[in-house]
Structures are given as structure tokens and as C-alpha cells.
Design a protein around this ligand. Structure first.
Ligand SMILES: Cc1cc2nc3c(=O)[nH]c(=O)nc-3n(C[C@H](O)[C@H](O)[C@H](O)COP(=O)(O)OP(=O)(O)OC[C@H]3O[C@@H](n4cnc5c(N)ncnc54)[C@H](O)[C@@H]3O)c2cc1C
Length: 410
């Protein structure tokens, strides 16, 4: 038995990219269907991003029911710690902007609740296996529904918001077609039940390697340290974890508690060769991956989606093909700036396994260039808080609280 659905936009993936896209399309009166291979519970409990750019939070806050401004915490700076000496990067003082610490899974709970309340068709535990009719006006997703039966979605446009192993990307140009870089390290991440060790994030560079002290809430903290990307997290004891963090963040007394989650994230940079072809496009992690050092992945997904929503509104609402024809080129401009920033933060803060004494001294020189110069600090602050997102003003919901209230200290 096959269930067939007809819609305007078929979206694969109910992550941040897919859900925000469906919201923006609905604002323009465009119908969509989302399918995700995971359950709602799984989507709502996977811990990933934490730092959101100001424009991302402004957009989230405009969606009814968002807790971005109430549960999320505004951060006005970070500390760059070099060999035990802290240097604060003051975002509002340098560039008049800020970031927000709002966990991705909390944002996803808000988005799922808002979309379902608005009547959005979301098929959980439904997997897309292929895209057919790639070069036609009626592309189609084929896959399986939650009950195991065959599912087909005929659409005017198909969007792959299906993460780094995107099926839609494979249909567009092959899964590996693009620009790729792998790093010889990853992050060992933990969640611990403890009070915050600092009010703001600490990015700590030491001769021994990098560590990041982040926060989640008053009682749960997120910390990371640089590690071998192939390290099995289960073989590393809690005592070894705390010893590594203490060594990598000298001069800060870390508040320790039970570690209830740990895992290793390998680092990769990737940009797909094609972001759009005919009536198919990819956005978010399906289109690009960045190492998490610059906190750019989800933010880039949001920037892509704003552009694509405007392009689809023009194409499907007015028959205007101009914006969809320029979507990929426009999106790539921000993608490559974010790729550069993520690579730069990563290479400036981590120790490559084959680094020489020269490399270490050069790295310290680079860090001094940033922290001792207002221009250096301002570049970091501008990129970290995020370049203004093209098209944001036009998609902010008119029903949200006044723009002045929503758009905090721009
Ligand atoms: C440790 C870590 C820290 C991070 N920190 C930050 C940060 O601070 N700031 C930031 O901006 N970003 C951060 N990121 C990156 C951020 O989490 C991702 O960039 C973001 O999740 C991308 O959203 P997306 O919607 O494009 O993809 P995803 O969130 O990956 O969503 C894709 C969805 O598609 C579904 N799917 C996949 N294939 C199929 C299929 N065939 N059929 C049906 N459904 C499918 C998946 O189940 C998933 O729900 C971090 C990532 C990690 C790992």
C-alpha cells in the first residue's frame, strides 16, 4: 500500500532548517509537508547547538510561543583565555550586538509546538529514501511512513533540510560533490550537573590543547576539550576528563559534578557544490558543515532558510524565478564567510598533533594580534554575533511584539 500526498513544498527534515522554513512559507500562504525519520521525542532531546546569533534569536522570538527571550540567556561577551590569562571580547562595546545561549533542543520544542498548533503536516518516523523527477516541475519524494508502508510526496518544490547525510543532496549532485576538509581532532563534550563555572563562555587555548567552558542552565553545564577524533568516549574516565579540563583551563576553578552525558564530535568543513537545481534545493547542514568552534551551523541554516523562503514565495506565489535563480549565489556568500570564521577560530585555538614550536609561537602571535587590538577583537565580535541576515526584516512576523522590543540592541 502506498500513501500519496500532494503539496506545494515537500521538506525533508524537521530540524531547525525544516521547521523554520515551514513557518516562513506558511506566513506567505504556501503549504508544506515535513517528514523526519526520527520521533518527536528524539528530535526534542538531542543536545547540539547552544550559541545563537542575534538575528537567529530575533527570528525565533517572532514565532508564537517562543521561549528564546525568557529561557535563553543573552551573552554580551566571551573570554579568550591564552595560557591562563583571560581577555574579554565585549560584543556590544565592539559591534553593538550580542549572542544568546538557547539550546537547540529547546528551540526545537518551541518550533514543533508552534508548527503543530498551526496545523502543519509533520510526518515523524517517516524516512525519505530518494528524490525522483529531479529535472521536472513535479519533483517527488519517495520513502516509508512510520508504519512501514510506502510514502510518496508530489510537490512543486522539494527542500532537503535533512542534515549532513542528506538524501536530497545525493539526488541533486551526488552526496560528496563539493568542498571538504577534515581536521585531525574533534571535541570531547560532556554535560555535568553543576553550577556555572563562569558567567560567559571561556575559549581556552593552552600548549596542551583547547577547551571550551560553556553553560546550559543554573544546574547543568556543557564543557568540551580537544581530543583525537577517533577516541572512544567510554574509555575516558570522569577523573581523566576533569584532569584534562583543569589542565586546559588554568587559573579557573571549574565547578564539578556528576557527568551524565559524554561523546566525541569529529570536525569537518564541507560545502556542497550545488545548492539548487530546478525545483530542488538544500539548506542547513545538508548544504554545509562547519566545525562547532565558531558556533555557526544552526545560524547558517537560518540564514539559508530566510533566503529560500523569499525565493519560494516569489516562485510559487508570483511565478517570479529571479530570486530562486540567485538563491545559491547569495547563500554561498555568507556560507564561505562562516566557513572561514569557523576554520580560523578552530586553527587559532586548537593544537594540531604535528604542530612544531614555530607553529605554537606563531599561534600565540596570532592570538595577541586579536586580543591586543580593538580591530582584532571587533572582527571576532562581528563574525561571532553574526553578520546581518539578508531578508530578515521582511520575514519577521508582523504579529510579534514590536520590532523594537524583539530586536534587542541592534
Ligand atoms: C557539539 C555541537 C555543537 C554545536 N554548536 C552550535 C552552536 O553553538 N551554534 C550553532 O549555530 N550551531 C551549532 N552546532 C551545529 C547545529 O547543531 C547544526 O548546524 C544544526 O542542527 C543544523 O540544522 P539542520 O536543520 O540543517 O539539520 P539537522 O539539525 O541535522 O536536522 C536534520 C533532520 O533531518 C532528518 N533526516 C535526515 N535524513 C532524513 C531522511 N532521509 N528522511 C527523513 N528525515 C531525515 C534528521 O532526523 C534531522 O531531524 C553544533 C553542532 C554540534 C554537533
Amino acid at each position: 500500500m502506498t500513501s500519496s500526498i500532494r503539496t506545494q513544498v515537500a521538506i525533508v527534515g524537521a530540524g531547525p532548517a525544516g521547521l523554520i522554513l515551514s513557518h516562513l512559507l506558511a506566513q506567505s500562504g504556501i503549504e508544506s509537508v515535513i517528514l523526519d525519520r526520527r520521533s518527536r521525542e528524539d528530535i526534542e532531546s538531542t543536545i547540539r547547538a547552544g550559541i545563537l546569533e542575534q538575528d537567529t534569536v530575533d527570528l525565533l522570538a517572532s514565532i508564537p510561543g517562543s521561549r528564546a527571550h525568557t529561557v535563553g540567556q543573552r551573552h554580551d561577551g566571551i573570554e579568550l583565555r591564552v595560557d591562563g590569562v583571560g581577555h574579554r571580547i565585549d560584543f556590544p562595546g565592539l559591534v553593538g550586538r550580542a549572542v544568546w545561549l538557547y539550546p537547540q533542543h529547546e528551540a526545537l520544542k518551541d518550533l514543533l509546538a508552534a508548527r503543530l498548533a498551526a496545523g502543519q503536516d509533520i510526518r515523524f518516523e517517516a524516512t525519505a529514501t530518494a528524490v525522483e523527477g529531479v529535472d521536472t516541475d513535479r519533483p517527488r519524494i519517495v520513502g516509508t511512513a512510520a508504519d512501514g508502508t510506502a510514502l510518496e510526496i508530489d510537490a512543486d518544490f522539494v527542500v532537503g533540510a535533512d542534515g549532513s547525510r542528506s538524501v536530497v543532496r545525493s539526488a541533486l549532485s551526488g552526496s560528496h560533490a563539493g568542498y571538504f576538509r577534515e581536521y585531525p581532532f574533534g571535541w570531547f563534550g560532556i554535560l555535568t550537573e553543576a553550577p556555572p563555572s563562569a558567567d560567559e563562555l571561556i575559549y581556552s587555548n593552552s600548549a596542551d590543547g583547547f577547551a571550551l567552558i560553556s553553560q546550559r542552565s543554573a544546574t547543568v553545564q556543557r564543557m568540551y576539550f580537544q581530543c583525537d577524533p577517533y577516541l572512544d568516549a567510554e574509555t575516558f574516565s570522569d577523573a581523566q576528563i576533569w584532569e584534562t579540563l583543569d589542565r586546559r583551563v588554568p587559573g579557573v576553578e571549574l565547578k564539578k559534578g556528576p557527568i551524565f552525558q559524554k561523546g566525541v564530535v569529529p570536525f569537518r568543513s564541507f560545502v556542497a557544490r550545488d545548492l539548487q537545481r530546478g525545483r530542488i534545493a538544500i539548506v542547513g547542514d545538508a548544504a554545509h558543515t562547519v566545525p562547532p568552534t565558531g558556533a555557526k551551523g544552526m545560524n547558517l541554516a537560518v540564514a539559508d532558510v530566510i533566503l529560500l523562503a523569499r525565493a519560494l514565495e516569489a516562485l510559487l506565489g508570483r511565478g517570479d524565478e529571479g530570486p530562486i535563480d540567485s538563491f545559491a549565489d547569495t547563500a554561498r556568500q555568507r556560507i564561505w564567510k562562516a566557513q572561514h570564521f569557523s576554520w580560523w577560530m578552530t586553527s587559532m585555538l586548537h593544537q594540531a598533533p604535528d604542530a612544531s614550536d614555530f607553529d605554537r609561537q606563531r599561534q600565540l602571535g596570532e592570538l595577541r594580534t586579536v586580543v591586543e587590538s580593538e580591530h582584532g577583537r571587533a572582527y571576532l565580535a562581528e563574525a561571532y554575533t553574526g553578520w546581518p541576515m539578508t531578508g530578515l526584516d521582511s520575514v519577521l512576523s508582523p504579529t510579534a511584539s514590536s520590532p523594537a522590543a524583539v530586536r534587542s540592541s541592534r
